[in-house]
Design a protein around this ligand. Sequence first.
Ligand code: B1M
Length: 209
Amino acid sequence: MGISDGIKTATIEGNRDKTLLLIGQALDAGMQPGDIIQEGLIAGMTVVGERFKSGEIYVPEMLIAARAMKAGLEKLRPLLVGKTVDSLATVVLGTVKGDLHDIGKNLVAIMLEGAGCKVVDIGVDAPPDRFIGAIREHRPEFVGISALLTTTLPTMRETIAAFETAGIRKSVKVLVGGAPVTQKFADEIGADGYAGNAAEVADKIRSLK
Ligand code: B1M
């Protein structure tokens, strides 16, 4: 079994210590952090999602796997972020109200910091008012909204509508993303941009600046 398969299996099992140990070994062997995330951690989470969907595992197992993945991401964070200057843009980033998934958002934050953005992370289950407060306080050029549930997609629309009502919509560019989000949906709700994965978000920001 290859080392990325080992990381994938350790993530599926929710074995935090083994995930961290194998990530260390993968780095020592010269594997790139981005490949470790893609072929190990995300590959593992994909299997976890499939098993949950088929009723093979339940929420607690999903949580334990998420904990292993988060620990792995934190270990890799310094290598991905590096010593960049916050010069590309300021981005307020959060997961929409009603949605507790934050691994994808955290990965977006890491990739944005790595690309030289200042990220203001407002966390999960973020109501429109929390976004609006952060926009007023930090004056970002961009706002990133993440959603992982089909049931929280309408809330993404409501969040953008709340920016209009608060009179701040024109002061920021809104980017949306997350597994159920599509370019078509982003267009429908009046977002300025959509990114399919964490790596694409920085490209989107560069193209919209
Ligand atoms: Co949840 N969950 N979950 N879950 N969970 C999913 C999303 C699900 C697809 C599983 C499944 O059924 N196959 C399903 C949603 C189905 C749907 O709506 N269509 C689901 C469900 C149903 C639920 C609950 C309702 C379960 C329940 O309680 N019965 C519940 C909801 C809780 C809530 O939010 N209110 C729930 C809870 C949980 C846990 C708390 C146990 C845990 C989250 C832990 C955490 O995040 N701290 C969890 C997990 C771990 C998952 C899966 C297995 C993994 C998610 C993940 O972290 N993936 C997930 C199945 C899956 O995705 N395979 C599932 C890895 C991550 C890197 O990918 O988040 O997609 P992702 O992020 C990507 C892109 O989407 C994109 O970039 C990232 C990386 O490239 N991206 C952006 C994300 N945000 C972006 C923003 C951008 C741009 C790109 O711009 C701003």
